[in-house]
Write a protein that binds this ligand. Structure first.
Ligand code: HEC
Length: 151
């Protein structure tokens, strides 16, 4: 009996996963998700900028934790900029969908600076880590400059 129940639960879970995989994600959902990923990047990167600027006390363990979060978060927004979303109202400039090679380049540059930050934050000296925080910040700002509506 237990086996049968377990089996049918697994089948049910399996089927619902297939459903998720096959259903076209609504463009509105993709926009919400990419904005959520950006918002979380802001949450975890903001304090590091404050530390790099000397506005809040430097805390190596917070930097290491947030940098590790960012290393994963920095990979999440991009598939949300699908062509299906290009006509929706959002903060993304049309260039996101027309200058895709440059947009991709900006993503790669950003991801590689974040990966460097995650690495130096594990025991790197404070000056090196702060310099790398600034380097990451430049790649956020650089992309926003070309691809995000002015705030
Ligand atoms: C490769 C380009 C790119 C990089 C790199 C990038 N962003 Fe963005 N960001 C965008 C675009 C495009 C939008 C507008 C998205 C939208 O409205 O759908 C955006 C939007 C945002 C938003 C607003 C989200 C919302 O709810 O509307 C925040 C906050 C943000 N970015 C923070 C950051 C931070 C912090 C970093 C760096 C740690 C960063 N971004 C790196 C392109 C980028």
């Amino acid at each position: 009996m237990k086996k049968i129940i377990t089996g049918s639960v697994l089948v049910a879970i399996g089927l619902s996963l297939v459903g998720i995989a096959q259903a076209q994600v609504k463009p509105e959902t993709l926009v919400k998700q990419r904005q959520a990923a950006m918002t979380l990047q802001g949450k975890y990167f903001g304090p590091l900028v404050g530390m790099a600027q000397g506005k809040i006390p430097y805390d190596a363990s917070v930097v290491a934790r947030n940098a590790a979060y960012l290393d994963t978060l920095s990979k999440m927004p991009w598939d949300g900029f699908a062509a299906s979303t290009k006509d929706l109202k959002s903060g993304a400039l049309p260039a996101v969908f027309t200058d895709t090679a440059k947009f991709k380049e900006a993503q790669n540059r950003f991801e590689s600076e974040v990966t460097k930050l995650a690495s130096v934050s594990k025991g790197g000296d404070e000056a090196t880590v702060k310099a790398q925080i600034q380097a990451v910040g430049k790649t956020c700002g650089g992309c926003h400059e070309s691809f995000r509506e002015k705030q």
